[in-house]
Design a protein around this ligand. Structure first.
Ligand code: ADP
Ligand code: ADP
Length: 459
């Protein structure tokens, strides 16, 4: 059987693979009593904030958060984003998480309320069920060769279940998909026959000793039973903003690719809301409110707050988490000062969580977790230097040096990052302190850079 033929000509838009800065966060790392475990689910330290976040998760699950929002206040690099992500992951591993900075609102050519509205809608998704045919089995063998004319590749894939074993011919596209997912013998995979998407479910238990094929998140499962070919219900996820764009006459779905979606009429959104409520009642679709994270929240102004006041009360509202590193500061666009730059009536809506600076030990552990996540092997001495740099410069800077040092180490054909690599990376890439000092030193020659140094905010 030819899997490519089954797949047909359909084009698949696959998500860009990217190891985000917070990909190691898998939850808040709390026990049943909501007590933080020192190192769990990718989280380290910041115990009081994590416990508070756990209580917030409980409130959300019990439906007792409506009309309210969360504010996480603390210095840059103290894990505000990480905790917001942890809240989303604790709700469910796939809770939509949309992250933005309040400063973005001022640089767009659409109004601030409109772009906040779009962010709100991006943070809520619906799922629609559909039946699809799948192949599901354990990979016995993958064989990929050059064809006789050397121009294309040909391949065979052998899959088995507890009951049967079948060999499939692979076309170009399936070969690419399997390589991209790094599928090897012993993996248990599913292939969606309608679009060719390959998903790794885990590895067979009996393969738990092949260390070189095991990543930090490898799951061990049993070989599937029964037929290899199965009919399953799959759920498709779309966020409300995508649905708005597809439905709005002027834009059309192509606008999703350019990102230039302009303003969407409120009557179009109302139509979408009505349709979704209908689908929900008929059991055709489920609604999944996610988390909208708004960083640098002290940049919000009166127009934003008046929008947020209304929007938080609406039926289609995600969980909104603000973050700021400011204490008492001016409310933007006014001469009044208030805590975190929020107007007093809005402060009443907020559940405020504080983060505090990390100890050396916490920083050392976070660097270790990130190195594991990026699959970088770091020598103890180099690790010590990275920890020291994090305290003197910033945690984020040290985290970046992990990858740049790794590239330098690989260039000299070493698979371990040593002190020399970190030193070299430190010389090549500036942290914000040295960058600022550099600009100040060359102020006259680099006049144009001055704007940058004066508008830089830390956070
Ligand atoms: P902030 O939002 O306060 O500026 P971030 O959440 O961006 O800080 O933290 C900087 C980096 O450190 C991120 O990569 C984040 O995932 C990681 N990090 C921060 N706090 C923790 C923690 N308690 N446990 C694990 N990783 C963390
Ligand atoms: P819960 O167990 O929290 O009730 P759901 O029943 O909503 O979770 O979801 C079950 C599964 O559906 C999740 O494990 C995940 O695979 C998928 N899922 C749920 N919500 C989303 C989403 N917004 N985006 C992508 N996948 C999702």
């Amino acid at each position: 059987m030819d899997v490519d033929q089954i797949v047909g000509e359909q084009q698949v838009i696959q998500k860009l693979e990217r190891t985000g800065a917070h990909s190691h966060i898998r939850g808040l790392g709390l026990d049943d009593k909501l007590e933080p475990i020192q190192k769990s689910e990718g989280m380290v330290g910041q115990n009081a904030a994590r416990k508070a976040a756990g209580i917030v998760v409980k409130m959300i699950k019990e439906g007792r958060i409506s009309g309210r929002a969360i504010l996480i206040a603390g210095q840059p690099g103290t894990g505000k984003t990480a905790i917001a992500m942890g809240i989303a992951k604790s709700l469910s591993q796939e809770t939509p998480f949309v992250s933005m900075s309040a400063s973005e609102l001022f640089s767009l050519d659409i109004s601030k309320s409109e772009s906040l509205m779009q962010a709100f809608r991006k943070a809520i998704s619906i799922s629609i069920k559909e039946e699809s045919d799948f192949l599901e089995g354990e990979v016995v063998e993958i064989q990929i060769d050059r064809s006789a004319d050397q121009l294309t590749r040909v391949g065979k894939l052998t899959l088995k279940s507890t009951d049967m074993e079948t060999v499939y011919d692979l076309g170009q596209k399936m070969i690419d998909n399997l390589i991209k997912e790094k599928v090897t013998a012993g993996d248990i995979i599913t292939i969606n026959k309608s679009n060719g998407v390959v998903t790794k479910m885990g590895r067979n238990f009996t393969r738990s000793q092949d260390y070189d094929a095991i990543g930090p998140n490898t799951k061990f499962i049993h070989c599937p039973e029964g037929e290899i070919q199965k009919r399953k219900i799959v759920r498709h996820f779309l966020n409300l903003h995508e649905i708005d764009v597809i439905n709005s006459r002027q834009q059309g779905f192509m606008a999703l690719f350019s990102g230039d979606t302009g303003e969407i009429k409120s009557e179009d959104r109302m139509k979408v809301n009505a349709k979704i409520s209908e689908w929900k009642d008929e059991g055709k679709a489920e609604l999944h409110p996610g988390v909208l994270f708004i960083d640098e929240a002290h940049m919000l102004d009166a127009e934003c707050f008046s929008f947020l006041n209304r929007a938080l009360e609406s039926e289609f509202a995600p969980i909104v988490i603000f973050a700021t590193n400011r204490g008492i500061t001016k409310i933007r666009g006014t001469t009044f000062k208030s805590p975190h730059g929020f107007p007093p009536d809005f402060l009443d809506r907020l559940i405020i969580i504080r983060t505090i600076p990390y100890s050396n030990e916490d920083i050392s552990q976070i660097l270790k977790i990130r190195a594991e996540e990026e699959q970088v092997n770091i020598h103890d001495d180099a690790h010590l230097i990275l920890t020291k740099m994090a305290t003197e410069s910033s945690l984020r800077y040290s985290l970046q040096l992990i990858i740049t040092s790794d590239i330098l180490a690989k260039k000299r054909k070493s698979n371990q990052v040593e002190v020399q690599d970190v030193k070299e990376a430190y010389g090549l890439f500036m942290d914000s302190k040295r960058s600022k000092a550099f600009i100040e030193q060359y102020e006259k020659e680099f006049n144009f850079l001055l704007d940058v140094s004066t508008t830089t905010t830390n956070g």
